[in-house]
Design a protein around this ligand. Sequence first.
Ligand SMILES: [Ca+2]
Length: 378
Amino acid sequence: MWAATCQGFIYTCGGTLKGRNGTIESPGFPYGYPNGANCTWVIVAEEGNRIQIIFQSFAVEEEYDFLSLYDGHPHPANFRTRLTGFQIPAPVTSTGSVFSLRLTSDFAVSAHGFKIYYEELQSSSCGNPGVPPKGILYGTRFNIGDKIRYSCVTGYVLDGHPQLTCVTNTGNTAVWDFPVPICRAEDTCGDTLRGSSGIISSPNFPSEYYNSADCTWTILADPGDTISIIFTDFQTEEKYDYLEVEGSEPPTICQSKTLKTLPASKLMPIPVPERLWLHIALDFVTDLPCSEGNTTILTVVDRFSRAVRFIVFPSLPTAFQTAETLFMQVFQIFGIPEDILSNKGPQFMPRVWSAFLERIGVTHISRFTSGYHLQSNG
Ligand SMILES: [Ca+2]
């Protein structure tokens, strides 16, 4: 077991796990993992078997705290993917008999953490492929020859293959013949996708898409990372229907690359501020069910005391509206903070600061700090 100290407390985390199945919880689950955590779990299965992990709960501070998965021992060469945020990830299966997980958290702001069920898979098992959001899975057997079926809850339609069969691939390993389908709201198409991998299908796929469709999918990756698109099926009406693929502007990529080199996992001591509300974080929660005309909540957190203020909006506010609201509801009461983190894109906070300076009548400024974390957590 590893031990580490955090603000006077000693906690242990990580370890080597053996046995056909079990659960892993982040330290302190569900009451929050410590800051500065660096916990590694290594799951070792019987030779020839694989390991599947199924997430039962998952919440880590988006873009600052991470659960990294390694297909083997926790060496950079085995790095598989990095998970962050508040959505339960799909199950992941190792390719060999060792699977490692590492939780790293930065110097401030925690979340519930995670609970993971792991299980050894014999070579004849495909493992549980998981249920997509708003989806229903029929079938409980996941061995070679077994078939499972998906449907969606009312109001959602399935994109992808509704039936999956567990087959043997060329490497003699049991795999599902198609990826897990997705459920999308009826009469909509397009989406914003994040995460290390995913599926995009045209509306009604594998049936025909409808006429006059106009769908846009936006894929977001970590700054500095690249995105590759692999077409497994492609058929559109020649000359009349088309798919356009567009990347981000080069300046964004260049800027992001320099940010990526910041030592993300380096433990920084939390400075004791002179007063509260000096280091704050903003988190926009959007697309909530409409309540009294409001669908968006802005959470303003004092990163030192963890005090929180909630401000509701009818829709996602602009940088100017955000600056105005922060001025009225936070700065006027608690003073102007030194830095603000936000879960929106990297250009957002500079815009809020500019709008705020304009609001208080500052028209000329040589330099202002954008805060401790130069990257934003969007
Ligand atoms: Ca954190």
